[in-house]
Design a protein around this ligand. Structure first.
Ligand code: PMP
Length: 289
């Protein structure tokens, strides 16, 4: 295919190795940009509209005009989806405030940098689904605008690396004694058959998968409660799950070395995981939104 493994950069489709951004780009200098990761299954984007709406929220929050309409974004990602190596992929898109002489203040009349690429999207392995993963906790020392999907991810990078160093899959964050989210995921817990999650606020990223999980839980008739979760409730949970576009719904079976519930993915997880897979297949057949 002519466009095999091309990326999109500022109006052009070109090979990744040829894509260049000026070193004074504010994304490079300040992390002054926002991004999205959109899962694609069988070349069908999963909840594209919701991801593009969240992109708009992030752009509004950093006071950067959206360079494209929803329809334009949908059209721009199509060739990337069509020519990617795999049927399933993650579409990464990023908008920065563009190249300008180094100064914190917003530059005048600068064109934002727009970048889109396809990334591999390996589904959670059968082993992960069967046994779950281990996580550690850490104090959430990020800034107060975690609802913005910003490319300024240094705090998340450092927090995530702590779990890598501990041989774990995620770092679950606690702020002032309450659960916020994971370093790269949202967190749900099950307590006495009730599915609990922290409410959306400036302290967590409003996950697209988070919304899907709550919708599926409602459809399954699972009791849910969206409210602040104290640390003790997290540690004594019957089940803990992490959710994200790349990890889908994954059971956390050990936290800081302690077993959660029986130390295996619980019954509510299994129910929700099955519903999530069914929903994914619905998307693959072209019925997604
Ligand atoms: N919180 C953080 C900090 C994340 O990085 C992610 C993954 N992008 C999520 C939550 C989950 O969001 P989504 O379900 O939209 O992938």
């Amino acid at each position: 295919m002519a466009l095999m493994n091309h990326v999109y950069l500022n109006g052009q489709y070109l090979p990744l190795s040829e894509a260049r951004v000026p070193v004074l780009d504010r994304g490079f200098i300040f992390g002054d940009g926002v991004y999205e990761v959109i899962p694609v299954y069988s070349r069908q984007p999963f909840r594209l509209r919701e991801h593009l709406q969240r992109l708009q929220h992030s752009l509004d929050a950093i006071r950067l005009a959206n360079p494209h309409s929803l329809a334009e974004w949908s059209a721009l990602v199509q060739p990337i989806i069509a020519q990617a190596e795999d049927e399933d992929q993650g579409i990464y898109l990023q908008v920065t405030r563009g190249p300008a002489p180094r100064d914190q203040a917003f530059p005048e009349g600068v064109t934002p940098t727009v970048f889109i690429m396809a990334m591999p999207l390996p589904a959670p392995s059968p082993e992960t689904i069967e046994h779950g993963v281990a996580a550690i906790t850490a104090v959430d020392d990020r800034w107060q605008h975690c609802d913005i999907k910003s490319t300024s991810l240094l705090a998340n990078v450092l927090l995530r690396q702590r779990s890598v160093d501990a041989g774990c899959a995620e770092t679950i964050l606690l702020r002032d004694g309450y659960l916020t989210e994971g370093s790269a995921s949202n967190i749900f817990i099950v307590h006495d058959g009730v599915l609990l999650a922290p409410p959306k606020s400036h302290l967590i990223l409003p996950g697209v998968t988070y919304d899907v999980v709550i919708e599926l839980a409602d459809q399954l008739g699972l009791p849910t409660s969206i409210r602040p979760i104290p640390e003790q409730e997290l540690r004594s949970a019957d089940e803990i799950w992490l959710t994200s576009s790349t990890k889908e719904v994954t059971a956390v079976t050990h936290l800081d070395g302690q077993a959660i519930g029986a130390g295996t993915p619980g019954p509510v997880y299994r129910q929700l995981h099955a519903a999530y897979q069914a929903y994914k297949h619905h998307t693959m057949r072209g019925h997604g939104r």
